[in-house]
Design a protein around this ligand. Structure first.
Ligand code: FE
Length: 335
């Protein structure tokens, strides 16, 4: 009898286990409103439940670190390669080999060691006031250091990882000396102190406080949706091949499987699905971003901003050169 009981118990455990391990737990720095519709669609399609918590990337990384091997998180979803690189540096992620992900995510938008993968592309580009600037006057990020822009440039604060990543990628391309000269030029061209966010910098351009700024395009999309009459236009810099221009600075929102995931196989399936043609529009369009998957077209609203050549340097450099970028911006007086 005890043996039968034991067998029954074992059977119960064996049938209960797969169901339990099916659940995927996600720590997400991306807002609930951006991810919940996707997760719901995945659960409808596969029957796999997804549990998630959302917070800012700092607290999420700290929590993962503190929880160590006791964490319930299978997956970390966040924005900016700088943050994903950081998570990987702190040994919070594990590598995943996946042919599906190699096919869906271009090489420069995923970790060479396979610890994280981009899921959407964000472009950081020039926004200008067409009443005050002709697009023919614009060319590159570096050109914004030219004295012709004196008193005409607005920038977001250097404290934001987006600008740290942009400067890090410039260091990779041009070296520290040339990048520092550029950043110093930007600072001497500022119309006013840096803004806390991209939207305020664009509002200053629209209000005539300055003539141009650098933002992630989804902020432009959101602002123009609210007020389509604002005098703001997009310019894609560094497009000319002949001047060794590097393309538009891109970054990612992306994902990695945690080092201590209990359900790494389930997490991998979910990531493969998120990068697939089926889910990519859902993932990118909801925030007016670009799909990573080259077989998927952006939302027509986003496509209307025009196509551009993107910088093909691996976005991990945004992480590996981040500390240098922060020090450089500090030296150059970029607040
Ligand atoms: Fe953002």
């Amino acid at each position: 009898m005890p043996l039968a009981k034991l067998i029954a118990g074992l059977l119960l455990a064996a049938t209960a286990l797969p169901a339990l391990s099916q659940e995927v737990v996600v720590y997400s720095a991306r807002n609930e409103q951006l991810i919940k519709p996707l997760f719901d669609a995945y659960t409808r399609e596969t029957g796999v439940p997804i549990r998630f918590i959302t917070d800012k990337e700092g607290p999420l990384l700290a929590r993962l670190k503190a929880e160590g091997r006791n964490t319930r998180a299978d997956m970390l979803l966040t924005v900016d390669a700088g943050n994903l690189w950081q998570a990987s540096e702190e040994s919070l992620l594990r590598p995943t080999r996946s042919r599906a992900l190699e096919a869906s995510v271009p090489k420069h938008l995923r970790d060479p060691d396979n610890e994280w993968f981009g899921l959407s592309v964000r472009a950081r580009t020039i926004i200008y006031n067409p009443n005050r600037v002709k697009p023919t006057e614009l060319s590159t990020y570096e050109d914004l250091a030219d004295p012709k822009w004196k008193g005409r440039l607005c920038l977001r604060t250097s404290k934001k990882v987006y600008n740290q990543s942009l400067v890090a990628m410039m260091i990779h391309e041009y070296g520290e000396d040339r990048t520092e000269a550029t950043v110093r030029g930007w600072i001497s061209n500022l119309a006013t102190a840096p803004f806390p966010d991209d939207t305020q910098a664009m509002q200053a351009v629209a209000a005539g406080q300055c003539d141009l700024t650098l933002v992630n395009t989804y902020y432009y999309g959101r602002l123009m949706e609210k007020d389509p009459n604002l005098p703001l236009a997009i310019f894609w810099p560094n497009q000319a091949v002949k001047d060794r221009s590097t393309g538009v600075h891109v970054n990612i929102s992306g994902v990695g499987i945690t080092r201590h995931a209990r359900n790494p196989a389930g997490a991998q399936k979910l990531i493969e699905w998120l990068a697939s043609e089926k889910a990519q529009n859902l993932f990118a369009d909801v925030n007016m971003e670009y799909p990573v998957n080259p077989r998927v077209s952006p939302d027509p609203k986003v496509a209307a901003w025009g196509s551009f050549r993107q910088n093909l340097v691996n976005v991990k450099e945004a992480g590996s050169l981040q500390a240098k970028a922060v020090r450089l911006m500090d030296r150059a007086g970029y607040k």
